[in-house]
Design a protein. Structure first.
Lengths: 476, 340
């Protein structure tokens, strides 16, 4: 079920109404769990079984792990959890990818091709909930978390519908304690939650889908027609906005919906296009994933504790895995690799004489850092969005001034104007609000301005009347 | 050390504002904006209408059940705009009526899909021309058929719910959307005018000839048909007959289950009819189709009550004539035992 659908409005109204009834707290949690399964089943009912599998296995494994004292037994239980969750991911998300690559290699050596016996459907949100349950088991293994005895609480942690299919990836230590005390629907939570939901829907429906997606599609899905410089830049800027408004919009909706129910989910974005450098970018972009990768991959690999060279290898590996997490294609791996190389270059630059110069602490210096970071991130987005390397390079070349003789203007001037205007507003907004939190901003805004802003967003959603597009991150 | 990314106390994260007052005021202001915009677009002639896409088609395809008293209309824009659902429902209120025509496309893929549906036992009213029967056109509506088979129940419910919003508000139509209007204005094209074809939720089309320079519109349409025919590689008679044989197989499959199929050749007039006769002479095509394919074939020229309708654009019936044409067509179907 999509947040940007009338189905969801009806569903959420019903859930909220039942949840507001004076029920026993465990009953309310059961209502939320049932609602979460209905929410997930609306897409493809049989795949709820995967959620149950992941839930039951990790709940049992964590309890056994906690009770085991022998290191070998503990490692064996952890292996069960890893095998189950990564096995699900490997089969459903990477099965076809592995086989295609195997066939390329076997073809090269003159061996026969293998055909996949099934047409695999990627279960929505599998990358999110498997990472969430994995973090729980690993935390218990590391003795940083006491497992819950309540299967109901754990099942709700895995399946909580606001963040089930596209995050934020919630840690058990943040969520499970919230299930202990009964929650009530209050005007404060409901008011702020609905405001966040409205803001998220505005980002998704109006900015990402309505204004930017057509610009991006016209260039990135042009069917092999080379874009000219203007079209390539406009579409690439537009995609930087589309992916942000789409994904941050989803996260904002998720946080808002959870808030309506009295729960706090972690922030997932913090004005990322105002980042000064790439490590800053990853502290601001998809924060729940980047912190997951840092805690469970980068640190597990040794982090920065094993010397400069090893740190660089660890950074590169972490980002390559991060790239592969986003999609089963080499373009995603390349995108991750590009970000890995940015991070390595940044570490090197920070230690150089130029990096130590006082210039970077001045206003213009900081602005330059923000712009350089943004442009490099945009170049990487090309590989994230393009359907193939060929398509990606046909867009990257004109970005650097190498326009093909056959290049065409794939966008109307009006579309370019929309792309540049939205991008300028996005960058300006991020730059101004760089050190702020949304709550602080809303706290300071006069009431009348908030009313105008909300009414404008509501009306714009109605006036956007376009297609219903799924959130981009559903495919991951 | 794992880190939490934010405060997990919801109370501390929610700003303290007068949310009820803010919410009610926001809704009121949004309603005022909406009413003003609705009034503006309606004053320019816009009426609520739906995007005629695969999702809406699939919603209606899912309404085709095993009930024998089901009439499914297949075809292209002529049957979409030229069949009055109200007229039919007045005469046959107990029948289910499903409009599955798709503007500008041959209905062969949809007919094949109904033939492959073991539960379908109803009546098909299929609008075709000799050109639409060519093999090359067999896949025209396949994307619609594929979409239907992949559409989830949740997506279908969504279309059902959209009926109440899009059916009430002009402002939700893509033609008057923010991006569409702003791009038109930036191009110097000014504000949009209502489209010539408007689709209702039941997928019937209304053609608005009111604001058109009919002379120019007619000439433009005929020129477009002529251009398309000139660039089109025509199939040989044997290929065409092979296509008819395949259609014959589908019709027999439907009939074997107790269903019925009536093929109707909708009227075209003036230059369009002349082009049709030049490229697909009736004696070489329609008459061959009528004698070699199962089902019932009805050419508008062969039924007195269906003759004499003038198509303002040479290809589609005048909206004002559609109820009268539908009444005549329904009577012709009754006479042939297709309705009861």
């Amino acid at each position: 079920m999509l947040f940007n659908s009338l189905n969801f409005i009806v569903f959420f109204a019903v859930v909220l109404a039942i949840y507001a009834l004076p029920l026993w707290w465990p009953s309310k949690k059961a209502v939320l769990l049932l609602a979460s399964y209905v929410f997930y089943a609306a897409w493809n009912p049989p795949f709820v079984a995967l959620l149950w599998l992941s839930t039951v296995v990790d709940w049992l494994v964590a309890r056994r792990l906690y009770r085991s004292t022998h290191p070998t037994a503990r490692r064996a239980w952890l292996a069960v959890s890893l095998a189950t969750n990564l096995g699900l991911l490997a089969f459903f998300k990477y099965g076809t990818f592995f086989l295609e690559n195997w066939n390329v290699i076997s073809g090269f050596y003159g061996l026969g091709e293998m055909a996949f016996p099934w047409n695999i459907i990627l279960p929505v949100g599998i990358s999110f909930y498997t990472f969430q349950t994995l973090s729980y088991t690993i935390d218990v293994y590391r003795k940083e978390l006491t497992p819950t005895n309540s299967l109901l609480d754990f099942a709700l942690y895995v399946s909580f519908f606001p963040q089930l299919v596209a995050g934020p990836i919630v840690r058990a230590r943040d969520f499970l304690p919230q299930l202990i005390q009964p929650k009530a629907v209050t005007a404060r939570h409901l008011g702020w939650g609905l405001n966040l939901l409205l803001l998220g829907l505005f980002q998704k429906i109006v900015l990402a889908d309505h204004l930017l997606a057509p610009v991006v599609t016209a260039v990135y899905d042009s069917g092999g027609v080379d874009p000219n410089r203007m079209s390539a830049w406009a579409a690439t800027f537009a995609f930087s906005g589309q992916i942000f408004f789409d994904f941050a919009g989803y996260s904002t909706c998720a946080i808002g919906i959870a808030m309506c129910l009295g729960f706090a989910l972690p922030d997932n974005f913090h004005f990322p296009y105002a980042a000064r450098g790439f490590s800053d970018f990853w502290r601001r972009w998809h924060i729940s994933l980047s912190s997951w990768l840092r805690d469970y991959v980068y640190i597990a690999l040794g982090g920065n504790r094993k010397g400069v060279s090893r740190t660089q290898i660890n950074l590169a590996l972490t980002m390559l895995i991060g790239g592969l997490w986003h999609g089963a294609a080499w373009t995603f791996v390349f995108w991750g690799g590009l970000h890995g190389s940015y991070l390595i270059a940044e570490r090197w630059a920070r230690r150089s004489k130029l990096g130590q110069a006082g210039l970077w602490n001045s206003g213009p210096g900081q602005l330059a850092l923000v712009l350089v970071t943004y442009l490099a991130v945009c170049i990487a987005w090309v590989f994230f969005r393009a359907p193939s390397f060929g398509a990606a390079f046909s867009i990257v070349k004109p970005l650097f001034g190498f326009e093909m003789a056959t290049a065409q203007a794939l966008l109307e001037p009006g579309q370019c104007a929309i792309a540049f205007a939205v991008t300028a507003l996005l960058l300006g907004g991020h730059y101004v609000l760089r050190e702020q939190r949304l709550e602080q901003v809303v706290d300071r805004i006069p009431g009348w301005l908030l009313v105008i802003g909300n009414a404008f967003m509501l009306a714009s959603i109605v006036f956007s009347g376009g297609e219903d597009r799924a959130f981009i991150y559903f495919q991951f | 050390m794992p880190s939490s990314t934010s405060n997990s106390n919801p109370h501390e994260r929610a700003p303290q504002r007068r949310w009820v007052l803010l919410g009610v005021s926001s809704l009121l202001l949004a309603a005022i904006l909406l009413v003003a915009t609705e009034t503006f677009w309606r004053a320019r002639g816009f009426q609520p209408s739906f995007t005629d896409d695969e999702a809406l088609w699939s919603y209606h395809r899912a309404r085709v059940t095993a009930k024998p008293q089901t009439l499914v209309i297949l075809g292209a824009s002529r049957s979409q705009a030229g069949f009055s659902q109200d007229e039919f429902r007045n005469r046959y209120p107990q029948w289910d009526l499903v409009q599955l025509s798709v503007s500008g496309q041959s209905p062969l893929a949809a007919l094949a899909d109904l033939a492959a549906d073991p539960s379908f036992r109803g009546v098909v009213l299929c609008s075709v021309t000799a050109g639409a029967l060519q093999q090359r056109n067999r896949e025209d509506q396949q994307p619609y058929v594929d979409y239907y088979h992949q559409q989830s129940p949740s997506e279908r419910r969504e279309i059902g719910l959209q009926r109440w919003v899009k059916g009430a508000l002009v402002s939700t139509h893509p033609q008057v959307s923010l991006a569409s209007v702003s791009q038109r204005v930036l191009r110097g094209d000014g504000l949009p005018r209502p489209a010539v074809f408007e689709t209702a939720f039941d997928r019937s089309n209304r053609i608005r000839y009111e604001d058109l320079d009919m002379e120019a519109y007619r000439a433009q349409r005929v020129a477009r048909v002529e251009e398309r025919r000139a660039t089109m590689e025509r199939e040989g008679p044997e290929e065409w007959r092979e296509s008819v044989r395949i259609v014959d197989g589908w019709v027999r499959t439907i009939e074997a289950r107790g269903g019925k199929v009536l093929f109707i050749r909708y009227p075209t007039t003036g230059d369009h009819w002349a082009l049709d006769e030049r490229d697909f002479p009736r004696a070489n095509y329609w008459d061959v189709f009528a004698t070699t394919c199962a089902g019932i074939q009805l050419h508008f020229q062969d039924v007195l009550a269906l003759r004499g309708f003038e198509c303002p654009d040479t290809s589609h019936l005048d909206t004002r004539d559609v109820p009268r044409f539908t009444a005549a067509l329904v009577t012709a179907m009754e006479d042939r035992g297709l309705l009861w």
